[in-house]
Design a protein around this ligand. Structure first.
Ligand code: ADE
Length: 234
């Protein structure tokens, strides 16, 4: 069974966008995943097909209407649909490789892209939406966040990545950032490739890579480093 993504957006033309190129594009052609991009406005019923309104209590901006979004969600995902319903939002739980891995082993995802100041809270509760953030910054809408999430998931689907091992060794898979990589030429602007990598000694190379991964993680990501050390006391 292939991974089925349904995206609800006011800008469905943004999809598949970059996901039609490269690895993800080939995988879609091969039927390893599918994408349906749905226009939320098609579910508006008012004369002017409004999807948003002013915030209760006053204040700036507009809020996406619960009734319109509920109709859109119910249309694309019936009660038997086992896919998680995600709402891309800077208020969500930060996306990490663990959640990406879980999603990649599931049947797919229904992804609602927020715009304006947000989404009526009653919709989030009534449809049990899982709010997902891709980082502590604010995008103009959830669409680029949905593209990021899908990209991360698709590359993990069985059969998508050519070299399965390259997935196991990359950043986050062992709780560490990935070690630095080098390739030809041996000398670039007077900078040589680290000697050990040319030694042919696989045990020494593995030890060097681990030490570098640990150093980078310690220097750049104290949060990941603390979690890693918590898992494996030194
Ligand atoms: N929408 C706006 N900003 C976002 C973010 N950081 N993550 C997910 N969705 C968003």
């Amino acid at each position: 069974m292939s991974f089925r993504a349904t995206v609800l957006s006011l800008y469905p033309e943004m999809f598949p966008g970059p996901l039609d190129l490269s690895l993800a594009g080939k995988a879609r052609e091969a039927g390893l995943w599918s994408l349906e991009a749905v226009q939320i406005r098609d579910f508006a019923t008012s004369k002017h097909r409004n999807v948003d309104d002013t915030p209760a209590g006053g204040g700036a901006g507009m809020v996406m209407r619960a009734d319109v979004l509920a109709r859109a969600l119910d249309h694309v995902a019936g009660p038997q649909d086992a896919r998680p319903k995600l709402l891309m939002s800077p208020r969500g739980r930060p996306l990490d490789q663990g959640r990406v891995r879980q999603l990649a082993t599931g049947p797919g995802a229904v992804i609602l892209c927020g715009r304006f100041e947000g989404v009526d809270q009653r919709l989030i509760e009534a449809r049990a939406l899982e709010e997902v953030s891709i980082g502590d910054y604010v995008l103009s809408g959830g669409e680029p966040a949905a593209l990021v999430l899908l990209d991360a998931v698709i590359r993990l689907l069985p059969g998508v990545m050519g070299n399965e091992q390259s997935g196991e060794e990359e950043s986050f898979e062992g709780g560490l950032l990935e070690h630095p990589q080098y390739t030809r030429p041996q000398l670039f602007e007077e900078r040589p490739i680290p000697e050990v990598l040319l030694s042919g000694n696989h045990a020494k190379i593995a030890a060097w890579r681990r030490a570098e991964a640990e150093r980078l993680t310690r220097e750049r990501r104290p949060d990941l480093w603390a979690a890693y050390r918590g898992d494996k006391p030194v």
